[in-house]
Design a protein around this ligand. Structure first.
Ligand SMILES: Cc1cc2nc3c(=O)[nH]c(=O)nc-3n(C[C@H](O)[C@H](O)[C@H](O)COP(=O)(O)O)c2cc1C
Length: 198
């Protein structure tokens, strides 16, 4: 974490993702703050399409068992014994995982992609709250994110929900060096009313 003399914007810019987390994870009170931060996301139509499932402590090991077995049942050749071992070794250290899903509203009022953007914004708030509390996180779409059995086991019927992955959260196990981010100029144009200037 940056020193407390960092401005709020500097703090935002210092966020890094890392899989290498361990205990202690956030306390109940901190977890409540993290999840509440996820509620302060822009949300067209106030649909609140974000859903989170909290998986902690011993349940993280059960998640590994469940997801690995489900991926194997699909016959996915990428779940090699080595990959299985790596996943288990990784998750054995992780104190908290949030499963993230989008509840889809199909009444045509708000396009589905806007609902997904709201969930992404909610997760971004979660990631930033994690960072500001001195923890680290990693959003991944591995671990059987796209396997219907995994989604259903976590309570998200694929007919109603779009499962969007797992956020592993804990104390960073390594010092995270500052990451060189791209210069915004490469990604930004200004439009002043004439022809686009690229
Ligand atoms: C929706 C989503 C899914 C992701 N899934 C994976 C993943 O499965 N594996 C992976 O290595 N990184 C994945 N990432 C990227 C990492 O979460 C992370 O953003 C990346 O390592 C860059 O780190 P940074 O956040 O510090 O820039 C995903 C990111 C997003 C937004």
């Amino acid at each position: 974490m940056m020193t407390t003399s960092a401005t709020p914007v500097q703090l935002l810019m210092s966020r890094r993702s890392t899989k290498l987390v361990r205990g202690p994870g956030p306390s109940d009170q901190e977890l409540a703050q993290i999840l509440q931060a996820g509620m302060s996301a822009p949300d067209h139509g106030a649909l609140r399409p974000w859903r989170y499932v909290v998986i902690r402590d011993e349940a993280v090991g059960r998640l590994a068992d469940m997801a690995i077995a489900a991926v194997k049942r699909t016959g996915d050749p990428r779940m090699t014994p080595e990959k299985e071992k790596n996943n288990r070794t990784w998750l054995a250290q992780v104190p908290l995982v949030l499963g993230v899903a989008q509840k889809s509203f199909f009444d045509g009022k708000i396009p589905e992609h806007e609902q997904m953007l709201a969930v992404g914004a909610s997760v971004m708030n979660v990631l930033n709250a994690v960072h500001m509390l001195g923890y680290a996180a990693f959003w991944s779409t591995g671990l059987g994110t796209n396997v219907p059995d995994v989604q259903e086991a976590l309570g998200f019927d694929p007919l109603e929900y779009r499962f969007l992955g797992f956020v592993a959260i804990g104390t960073p196990a390594v010092d995270l060096p500052t990451m060189q981010r791209p210069d915004f100029h490469e990604f930004v144009t200004e439009w002043t009313g004439g022809k686009p200037h690229m």
